[in-house]
Design a protein around this ligand. Structure first.
Ligand SMILES: C[S@@+](CC[C@H](N)C(=O)[O-])C[C@H]1O[C@@H](n2cnc3c(N)ncnc32)[C@H](O)[C@@H]1O
Length: 336
């Protein structure tokens, strides 16, 4: 048992459990209508399911009961399955459909939690999170891979050419973590990936991601993290459920300018030195409108999740500065 002192709080850490990304999928909400349809087609091609990170086998037992398929598992630590380091290599001679919830562990978290020596060999492969290495290993040996992965996968640069369907799960899937998750379904060939929120289709992934890049306009001068900036930016939804991400006049932003530093990412002030005060006010108005339309059209998926849900049960989001810059630039070009 390690002890980690993070932000002044002392937490006990089970190093083995943390380094194995060990938390189990105790809820069956991941097997919703679109995922079920995808799996029916995959099992028609190969009626065997394999979880190379099987843990207690929750996923396998569910698909065995629902689809009547044969099951096979590996794990590095569980007594229920043959031992295998599946982050190194997965044997899949039968061409089984891989269904898994692999270990999640970001490189920076491994360092912060003091378990990096246990997992350094995996990060040497160049991925910044263990689940990406697990996906890469799985895709190398299976035509069909259904994986429960963090929602941030959608905004990551991981190769999504074989991704055919994504289902965002609202609700907690796991026994002891609230990590927002999606079910990513990969097939044997490249296809446009369809995105669902639970059972509801909301569009194609490419079209949703394109909402992040909309201005081919000449770039305005925009400086972030300037204490004397005339634009206040609350870049996260507050937990109270009534104070969402917003641009506002600095004088209306109740945030101490002295707290802003070069590394601020959540609350800050922004300056656009080439604009008059009247133009700044107009930019703020247009930027908030644009943000609202992007949030609506993408059902918030173009924004990264931030620390669980608000008081109304809605997932909180963070606006990264790349997108904030895009929005401000767009607003400035409408305005001047
Ligand atoms: C997030 S849990 C998920 C377990 C199961 N798939 C589920 O959904 O309930 C990840 C599992 O991967 C196993 N694991 C971690 N690193 C592994 C490795 N290198 N090779 C094989 N299994 C590993 C852990 O022991 C743990 O049981």
């Amino acid at each position: 048992m390690l002890v980690s002192a993070e932000r002044g709080r002392i937490t006990k850490i089970d190093a083995g459990k943390v380094s194995r990304g060990e938390f189990f999928t105790t809820d069956s909400a991941w097997l919703n209508k679109p995922v079920r349809k995808f799996l029916s087609e995959a099992f028609a091609a190969s009626p065997v399911a394999l979880d190379p990170f099987a843990g207690d086998g929750h996923l396998l037992h569910l698909v065995a009961a629902e689809f009547g398929v044969a099951i096979q598992g590996f794990d590095i630590a569980s007594k229920h399955w043959p031992k295998n380091d599946s982050l190194k290599k997965i044997a899949n001679p039968a061409g089984a459909v891989i269904i898994t919830n692999p270990p999640y562990l970001a490189n920076h978290s491994a360092k912060r939690k003091g378990v990096d020596s246990l997992v350094a060999k995996y990060f040497a492969k160049g991925f910044d999170n263990l689940y990406k290495l697990a996906l890469d290993r799985s895709l190398a040996v299976a035509d069909y891979v259904v994986a429960i992965v963090p929602e941030t996968f959608l905004l990551s640069s991981f190769d999504k050419s074989r991704l055919q369907l994504v289902s965002v799960i609202e609700g907690d899937l796991f026994s002891d973590t609230e990590a927002p998750a999606v079910v990513a379904c990969f097939g044997p060939t490249a296809k446009k990936s369809q995105v669902f929120v639970n059972n509801k289709k909301i569009g194609e992934l490419d079209a949703l991601l394109a909402l992040r890049k909309f201005s081919n306009y000449k770039k305005s001068v925009i400086h972030f993290n300037v204490a004397a900036g005339r634009i206040g930016l609350r870049a996260v939804d507050s937990s109270d459920g009534v104070t969402p991400i917003a641009f506002m006049l600095a004088k209306d932003f109740k945030y101490a300018a002295g707290k802003v530093s070069h590394s601020s990412r959540l609350m800050t002030y922004v300056e656009m030195p080439n604009l008059s005060d009247a133009q700044i006010a107009e930019v703020i108005r247009i930027a908030n409108e644009r943000l609202a339309s992007i949030r609506g059209e993408s059902q918030d998926l173009v924004l990264a999740p931030f620390k669980g849900n608000d008081k109304n049960g809605k997932r909180r989001r963070r606006l990264d500065y790349a997108l904030a810059r895009e929005i401000l630039n767009f607003a400035a070009r409408q305005n001047v």
